[in-house]
Design a protein around this ligand. Sequence first.
Ligand code: MOS
Length: 736
Amino acid sequence: MTAMGDPVTRVDGREKVTGAARYAAEFDAPNVATGVMVTSTIPNGRIERMDLAAAQRAPGVITIMTPANAPRLPKGGKAAVHPPAGRVLSLLQDMNVLYNNQPIAVLIAETLEQAQNAASLIRVRYQESRARLDFEAGFDDTRAGSHNDQPADLSVGQVDQAIAQAAVTVDEIYRTPLENHNPMEPHATVAEWEGDKLTVHDATQHISGVKQTLARTLGIPEENVRVLCPYTGGGFGCKGSTWSHVVLAAMAAKAVNRPVRIAIERAQMFGPVGGRPQTHQHIVLGARSDGTLVAIRHHVHSHTSVFEDFTEPSSAVSRMLYACPAIDTSQRLVQLNVGTPTFQRAPGESTGTFALEIAMDELAYKLKMDPIDLRLKNYAERDPTSNKPFSSKHLRECYARGAEGFGWSKRKPEPRTMREGRDLIGYGVATATYPANRSAAQASVQFEPNGRVSVLCGSQDLGTGTYTVMAQTAAATLKLPIDRIDAKLGDSRMPKSPVSGGSQTAASVGPAVQAAAKDAQLTLLTAVVADAGSPLHGLDPQALDFENGRIIRKGDSKSGEDLTSFLTRNGNKPISAMGTAEPDQDTKQYSTHSWGTVFAEVAVDEWLGTPRVRRIYGVYDVGTLFNEKLGKSQLIGGIVWGVGLALHEEAHLDPGTGRIVNNNLAEYHVPVNADIGKIEVSALNIPDTKFDPLGGRGIGEIGITGAGAAVANAIFNATGKRIRSAPITLDLLMAR
Ligand code: MOS
């Protein structure tokens, strides 16, 4: 028997490790041709001339789609589809170049090697214009940046006055760099037309979003588009939007009248498919001498492209994390000639907690207060800007359990006082938080004649465990062993489910599966009691139950019959039901968030400045864990990203060309095993039923939040050097 919360191993694990799991680029449509995106080499200007002669003569070339011959799309190919990044695509509709690495042609050939070779022979002449590439130089010409339902500006109280009267203030600038997601599986699309019907295999976090975007950009009915994605090799936000290559693959397949595959190159992960924008965050904290916060100011600049807005809402955390009577926040966008940035794991909260939680540490030092005591002193019992109560908040327990488990009491606050040989040792702490999101979702559950149960939901599994949570929810609801359940997802013909973003999949899909399972069960039990051949004939369906694959009278395991014997008598007809679940209206009365606290220990080599993370302990209040094993794996993965944010990740934009120069996994640094010491996580497992009937909140993103600041604060405790920009590299630590 399987219960919710059990640490069930991934049901798709075997397919993955044996290579049976097929990813988008691996779907071999018959006679599939290969498309390669040719991208611009200037950041701003116009294409004057494309010399295609040599490429056209190269072996294996089928055609070259350029702005001169690409089909004209309705409305120029613009797709007004949620989410707010990737609406404006580069679909070869004009000669304009708005960023370096922008798709400007698609070369279609028989094989990948032939396509790449021919693409390298294309020569392009541009008329160049001056490009906007300097982020901070753009601060006098900005746009207001809203994000989902978050306004660009949000203030309560009189912040100027409060700062003027504060006994202690911190007033600093914090910076985070441009970052890129780099899931192991780069984006890929295989597009195939049959008459006016389009089928695509796409690497995505949102099959129904891909379907909508394809239909709207191409000007065809949505029902003519089918999107398939049984496996996604990591997403982290970049696959939440539908980017240019998806539509280009469909256009190319039409042009050559054959299926076309476009698998984008690693270097094309740096520009055409988004990344985390750089942030400049000005924070002012004002406090009384006892540590009570009287003012929080958090003004954020982040960059966007020149043709579309995307906001990294870093100030969101200052709007809800600490009790404070005066809070002033703003989000401003600087337009640059770069590809539109996008959601990257905990967009806003990751970068926002990096800044705010370092500022809180600075304030604690100024006040000579323990950083945990400072946070407890300003513990928010209600959301300080919306004034709503929280649906559930047990952050105090996180601080207490974390401090105990980590050994916080052994910390010496004075920097450079904990040593081991040449290593300076430091402890740091920070708060983690991420909103709890949920959307309407549908699922269906079907009892098959062989006694197995199919669970269908048009969702996605980014590697996070959606298959497993679907199967586990059905198994727990139907009291069946999990190996009797077949979970299926990743087909836009299945019941509709939202984008797998904002950490909302489990909390959205789980209740829909539960509802469908209950309905299917009731339908089946109603048929059982109506069946004269059943030992349970004539009973009230409510008096029946499932137990281990049997249909029984409640409380009497020996009664009734096996599920399969009923289905056989039923003429081997499957019995199914649909379920829908959506957030309750009551949920709107609450501010819904997850919480946590992260403790880090670092060792910094005093001679070389090398920072090493020795251990991290995170304690989280994320509601009920649907699956302890997968949940903790997400939290640990998020913490690794936090270490990457603090110490490693940075995409370097060349100020001359607007191209990201370290556009590969050798030079774009992410943490490797040697960079990660010991990570332990613990979850309180307290259900939040005001948010979700299953009591769980999402866990995909909270892990990265707070982790970067905990490392940065530990580095200060070790070295006495306060580094306010990520990544914290050796040169910054060695600079005097
Ligand atoms: Mo997540 S960055 O909302 O996919």
